[in-house]
Structure formats: structure tokens, C-alpha cells
Design a binder for this molecule. Sequence first.
Ligand code: BTN
Length: 269
Amino acid sequence: MEFNRQKLELALEERQNYTNIFSSIHIFDTVSSTNTTAWELLKAGIKPGFAVIATTQTSGRGQWGREWDSPKGGLYLSVALNSHLEVNHGYQLTLASAWGIAQELRDNGISVGIKWPNDLVLDGYKLGGILTETKVKQALITQAVIGVGINWENSTPKTGINLQSWQKNQNNLNFISLEKLTAKIIQGIESGIHCLEREGVDILLSRYVRLLVNIGQKVYVNNNRGTIVGVNPSGSLHVRMESSNSESVTTPYIDLKPGTISLGYRKTS
Ligand code: BTN
């Protein structure tokens, strides 16, 4: 996979209604992790408001300390930005990016949904994921790096899907190129952050939840059954529990923090 800077710049110029949060792009062949490179560039004095792209990563990071396998053929992108969010609202950056990217891809005929909290899914399979890292000073987030991995033409585990094979199975021939996809992802993050900053977290969450594939899904918590009904401003899953005891009138809602429950994929083959 060759990444063409000119094509990317052209695709970025074609963006409509964009907010231009990320004005410079740094493209590498191999890095350990684009998130790490973004932190290094910030440390070296590059101003927040840039993107880092790499063809491969040797130590790609996923959520919950997992490794993100990063062979050639995948898209590995990180953006660096300033933030003024409270530390316990940091997850909103992931929710904003997930919504913005999913919406942007949907606007371009790719029917992406969101699997709580940070997965992009297509036809029930994992298309990509988001990992946000933050720098905190006195309980406030000052800088953030949002990393996005997308399966472009790389092979994936059984629960994954890559966009190239999905596109080949579609009848329309209006294929999106890697550079256009990258521009759409950048624009998606920009529009998600813009929504969070200008319209607020409640509006953002209402949009995020509309694309969430888990709404209505049944989950078990301590052997009690519940239904996923929403997501709250700290990124926790809002679940309505079925009362096991008909005399119990205590609040039937509980919130589950990201990382405390795994929802799995609806399709596994
Ligand atoms: C997940 O676990 O689903 C999140 C995966 C995030 C992977 C991306 S690839 C680009 C950026 N660099 C990293 O090391 N991780 C993120």
C-alpha cells in the first residue's frame, strides 16, 4: 500500500463544511505507534492540530493495554489537539471521534455503526477502533492524542472486516480510495470534536446513541438481566435492569464504566 500525500491533500481540500482543526500532516513508513510519534512531535514543540499517518506500526496500541496488530494494508492515524476537558470527561473525546467518523463514512455510503464504547463496525464486524490518550494538569486535560486504526486491505481476525473487501461486495462502483478514506476520517474527528465543543455533550450523546448498535441489547450483570438503553457523559453504558424481585422498587438503572463489560460481536464468522 503506497500512501500518496498529494492525493490526500487534494481529498482534504475537497472537504466541505470542515473546521480545519488539523492543518498539518506527518506521513511515515514505519513507526512504533502513531500515538507515540504524535506525543514525540508535541514534545519537540510542534503545535497541537496535526495528524500522523504510518504505513505500519511495530508496537500499535489498542484499548485496555492490548496490542493493535498493524501490518501493511491497514490505516494507522493519530491526531493531536489541545483540550480543556475535565479529566473524568476525557472519554468524550473517544465518543465524539467515534460518532464523527461513523457519521462521515455513512454520509459516503459506508454503513458504519458504533459498538460501545470505541469500535467502528460494519455489517456486525469490527472495521476499526479508537484509542485516546491524554495529558492531564491539575485535573484538566491539556492535550490529547486520538489514534484510529482502520482495516483497509489487511487481513483481520474472524470478528473483523476490511473496507476493500466490503467495497468489492457492493454493487456500486463508487469506491473510496485510501487517501479519500483518510480525509474522511480526519474530517469525521473534526466534526465530532466540533459537535462536542460547540453543541455540547448532550447533543453529541444523542447522535452517538443513534449509531450505537448495542441499544436494546441484553446484558448480564451479576447474573441479573438488563437492557442497554444509553450512554452517559462519562462514557458509561446505561443499563435498565430487570427486577428479579417483584417487591424491589429500587432504581432499576445501573451504569457500567468502559472496560468493565465486553459486549462481543453479533457475528463471529
Ligand atoms: C482498539 O483497541 O480498538 C483501539 C485501536 C486503536 C489503534 C490505533 S492505530 C493508530 C493509533 N496508534 C496506536 O498505537 N493505536 C492507535
